[in-house]
Write a protein that binds this ligand. Sequence first.
Ligand code: DGY
Length: 318
Amino acid sequence: MSKPVVLVTRKLPQAVEARLLRDYQPRLNPDDALYDRDELIKRAKGADAIVPCHTEHFDARLFERLPKSVKIIANYSVGYDHVDTEAAKQAGVVVTNTPGVLNDATAEIVMLLILGAARRAGEGEKLVRTAAWKDWSPAFMVGTQVTGKTLGIVGLGRVGKVVAIRARGFGMKIIYHNPRRQADEAGAIYYETLEDMLPHCEFLSLNAPNLPSTRGMLNAARIALLPEGAIVVNAARGTLVDDDALIAGLKAGKPRAAGLDVYNNEPDIDPRYRELPNTFLLPHIGSATAETRDAMGFRALDNLDAFFAGKEPRDRVA
Ligand code: DGY
């Protein structure tokens, strides 16, 4: 039997591509070009599977045009908000993601955002890099201490729990809000409503998925509930934030600072974020470690292997 044909939309780590070449007939993307809709459809002709990233959007219109040969979309990502799962079901296409393998890397980035925003790392780095650093004084570059503060986590899931454990290493008190209380709370204290939790959040970390219920959740009314000096970080999805509200808040000093790795409309983010001195900005690199990028690829391939062996892929989401 001939090996299944797999369209891989972006350049993947070498070890992952080696396994693809061993077990499949992959259509690789050595130049790492970003395929537009037409290009994607063209390249998918005759393919049995697609391994995409969150950079490709599989909406209902795309599913209408997707060649019928495509039976599975094995995402190279844990988030699958770029895939319309209802449209996939209607088209009879299986969808999988890569949960679990990004937790440590993403929690590291959350800690970096917390530290970077609190200790003004972006401003400090710019001063040194541009030779604008001229002096030292007790008033110079004073930030917010992280140790011993209260961290509120919105979305105590796989990543949120690792954030709770890492943050405890800084002596932080951890509180959380989820729609439902978790069986494994990773030592965090539960708040039934976000509104009740926010006034206690000296730091607030957004770790929820992009869902209709979470979109724009950090809005002006909720920002107003934060305590003075609060710092907000987001390494989950930009859609959780109402940009107008956060930017207005940052300009007015509440929150005092924000550390962001994800944004609405990436990579064409709201340019006002760049102008604010109290933002610490990263380019969606939560999972960007060599170890994790390999693990994501292997997990996507495990899902493909199961599917083509006639088994249920472990990470099936549609
Ligand atoms: C994920 O896996 O969801 C990361 O955000 C990268 O896409």
